[in-house]
Design a protein around this ligand. Structure first.
Ligand code: PHE
Length: 498
């Protein structure tokens, strides 16, 4: 609008002498006109000369009187035409400032007789002050004496008005040419790059400020859990293999081959490569034997153990697969007590919903030593969870193929006022540990929990897909990360809920 008007005007006339008058004549906003002039000037369509004018504008008080009338006239009108009014009664009829200023001005103008009683001295008055204020407000010039008196009464102040006088520049054209910012593949194909005018690079322009990196909420909670494990003297296990053989994920853990978890409905099996290349043959023999006929005081499962089942590659379904490899390696060395932990991703072929994803993270801890008992497991769990702020724990007998006894862990959630399940635990079976080569009295206590659950509740996320996966809004995570900087351990505790 303003741009067309300016370029069009210059086509016929050499100069726009005053952008202010120009804007007023065309009914345009002067700020818009100024912005367009600056931009046209930048591309040298126009030359522009600064013009400055001192103008007067109304103060807040001036604006009020321009609308409501001057205090002296307001006072005059409050005095009855005939007779008089007691001063204190008149005072009650007017705002304090209007009464005070009105008295002195109306007195000075000899409009009223001042005393205990106030009466009119003239029949009619004109509100010259209001008139002058309205003229100033409309941008009209007024007499010097009037300016001085309004200024003295602080009803107007001076302001510097800035505008431009504008004439054609070296690149003047009645219409701005669109300059190309990029040379595109289409430009090259069409050949129109020859005619195109390209925008010059502005090497002085500052780039967009770079947003700092932000940690994903899961990474923050993971860090906190990792610190707790490290404080308790645990070593981190290497978890960098998502692909695992069924052997290490299931068989080593004394999980029978007909177990429903080993079904493709529950587990992602790999198509390529579908089987593992190498297993420790002597150990495979021992695992096979314990499944089929037991040993070490066990009757086994009494079925035909198949090597093909053990060979199948899968995406690990739990981080206990990592623990089984680590324990086997440990059993091959002269016995030494160990404390291990891991926090990493696992995969399950589950229907995805608000609380389930096909991939999530598990936290796992284990302690290996001679003669450990269930009491040690309970003690370690108390130590671990109280560091997370959960000191009220309860245990419920459970079943895992690889642990006996097994316990579900519950914690009392103060906020919800009830016991909520927070993890699973147990003592690894002799059927698992002895074939590995551990001494008779070696015991391994272990527990596991998910990383997503506490994180979700901590952040008030009720749909896991908002936290993890391809539908996550990065902006949401960014905002979450700002309110998370003061995470306290108590908050983690409060966050566990069903
Ligand atoms: N692996 C178990 C799970 O997937 C957790 C667990 C770990 C249980 C260690 C007992 C011992 O839930």
């Amino acid at each position: 609008m303003a741009e067309e008007a300016i370029l069009g005007y210059l086509e016929k006339t050499e100069q726009i002498s005053d952008s202010g008058n120009f804007a007023a004549e065309l009914g345009l906003d002067h700020t818009d006109v100024v912005n367009v002039i600056k931009s046209l000037h930048g591309f040298r369509y126009v030359d522009a000369q600064d013009i400055k004018r001192e103008t007067w504008v109304l103060t807040d008080e001036g604006r009020k009187y321009a609308a409501e009338g001057s205090p002296e006239v307001q006072l005059f009108l409050a005095v009855p035409p005939e007779g008089s009014i007691p001063k204190d009664e008149l005072q009650k009829k007017l705002v304090p400032a209007v009464f005070k200023i009105g008295c002195s001005q109306a007195g000075k103008n000899r409009w009223v007789e001042m005393g205990k009683q106030i009466s009119r001295k003239v029949q009619h008055v004109e509100d010259k002050v209001k008139e002058l204020l309205l003229r100033v407000e409309d941008g009209h010039a007024i007499e010097k004496d009037d300016i001085n008196s309004l200024k003295a009464r602080k009803l107007i102040v001076q302001q510097t008005w800035k505008g431009y006088s504008v004439s054609k520049g070296p690149n003047y054209a009645p219409k701005r040419k669109k300059v190309a910012t990029d040379l595109t593949r289409e430009n090259l194909q069409r050949g129109d790059w020859k005619e195109l005018e390209f925008k010059e690079y502005n090497f002085n322009a500052k780039g967009q400020p770079a947003e700092g990196g932000h940690l994903h909420p899961l990474l923050k909670v993971r860090k906190q859990l990792k610190d707790i494990f490290l404080q308790m003297g645990f070593e981190e296990m290497p978890t960098n293999n998502f692909v695992e053989s069924s052997f290490w994920n299931f068989d080593v853990l004394f999980q029978p081959q007909q177990h429903p978890a080993r079904d493709s409905h529950d587990t992602f099996f790999l198509e390529e490569p579908s089987t593992t290349r190498k297993l420790p043959e002597a150990y495979v023999e021992l695992v096979k034997r314990v499944h089929e006929s037991g040993g070490y005081g066990s009757r086994g499962y009494g079925y035909d153990w198949k090597r093909e089942e053990a060979n199948k590659n899968l995406l690990r379904t739990h981080t206990t697969a990592v623990s089984s490899r680590m324990l086997k390696a440990l059993a091959e060395k002269p016995f030494a007590p160990k404390k291990y932990f891991s926090i990493d991703r696992v995969f399950r072929n589950e229907a995805v919903d608000r609380t389930h994803l096909a991939e999530f993270h598990q936290i796992e801890g284990l302690v290996c030593d001679r003669g450990l008992t269930l009491g040690d497991l309970i003690g370690v769990l108390h130590d671990f969870f109280s560091r997370l702020g959960m000191s009220k724990l309860r245990f419920k007998p459970a079943y895992n193929p690889y642990t006996e006894p097994s316990m579900e862990i519950f914690s009392y959630h103060e906020g919800l006022g009830k016991w909520v399940e927070i993890g699973n635990s147990g003592m690894f079976r002799p059927e698992m540990l002895l074939p590995m080569g551990f001494p008779e009295d070696a015991r391994v206590i272990a527990w596991g929990l998910s990383l997503e659950r506490p994180t979700m509740i901590l952040y008030g996320i009720d749909n896991i897909r908002d936290l993890f996966g391809h539908k996550v809004l990065l902006l949401l995570l960014l905002n979450l990360s700002t309110c998370f900087c003061c995470l306290k351990q108590e908050n983690v505790a409060a966050s566990f809920s069903p």
